[in-house]
Design a protein around this ligand. Structure first.
Ligand SMILES: Nc1nc2c(ncn2[C@@H]2O[C@H](COP(=O)(O)OP(=O)(O)OP(=O)(O)O)[C@@H](O)[C@H]2O)c(=O)[nH]1
Ligand SMILES: [Mg+2]
Length: 209
């Protein structure tokens, strides 16, 4: 998808602030600093619409980006940031779990992991939540530019084995730096948006007949 119109909408601290227009939502989950905001920017060809930072823990809210009035990217706050208090962690958990389990417009989660390292315990917990709540998920192994091409398959296997990746979860290789995997990830996203559109079309046809 070539994006001409992308807009930051809101940094939401709770459900009352989530948009109510019913547009489908594609959320991004992952450890702090893994590259969620960078992935959004890479996909929409913008340098800094989603704020990125070399300091982990910057995004502490659910950040909504309207894409072409078609859907929202929802940049979820990162986890695994050591220097946050227990209270903050509990608040984070409640917010994310509620969002994943109750948000009706959520279509799919892009779960980012760092290709360089085996997924952390937090990564595994996150993936298990997504499986548990039956949220359609794609796993994206990012920062691929940081390791040599010859090592990619070996690292992908570690990601797969450590997360115990389910057969129905697609795994993508990505780099926000070189844009590797950009087209494939877009195709994946579009397939979820199409399904929604097809369902709506089907309802219209049913009502007409
Ligand atoms: N080399 C390389 N660096 C990347 C890539 N993706 C992100 N980065 C860098 O990693 C750092 C963190 O990226 P962000 O996109 O801010 O990470 P985030 O997941 O949004 O972090 P939080 O908002 O804190 O949860 C930045 O310095 C990025 O430039 C990538 O694919 N390759
Ligand atoms: Mg971020």
């Amino acid at each position: 998808m070539k994006v001409h119109n992308a807009q930051f909408i809101i940094s939401a601290v709770g459900p009352k602030q989530y948009p109510e227009d019913g547009l489908p939502e594609i959320a991004l989950a992952g450890r702090s600093n893994v590259g969620k905001s960078s992935l959004i920017n890479a996909l929409i060809d913008r340098k800094n619409l989603a704020r990125t930072s070399s300091k982990p823990g910057k995004t502490q809210t659910l950040n909504y980006y309207n894409i072409e009035n078609l859907f929202y990217f929802v940049d979820l706050p990162g986890y695994g940031f050591a220097r946050v208090s227990k209270t903050e962690k509990a608040k984070w958990g409640k917010m994310i779990e509620e969002y994943l389990s109750k948000r009706e417009t959520l279509q799919m989660v892009m779960h980012l992991v760092d290709l360089r390292h085996p997924p952390s315990v937090d990564d595994c917990v996150m993936y298990d939540w997504l499986v548990h709540y039956q949220v359609p998920t794609m796993v994206i192994a990012t920062k691929a530019d940081k390791i040599s091409k010859g090592q990619w398959q070996k690292h992908l296997k570690v990601v797969k084995d450590t997360l115990k990746l389910r057969a129905h979860t697609p795994l993508y290789l990505f780099s926000a730096e070189t844009k590797l995997g950009k087209e494939e990830v877009w195709k994946g996203i579009e397939s979820y948006l199409d399904t929604e559109q097809q369902q709506e079309d089907a309802i219209v046809i049913e009502n007409e007949s």
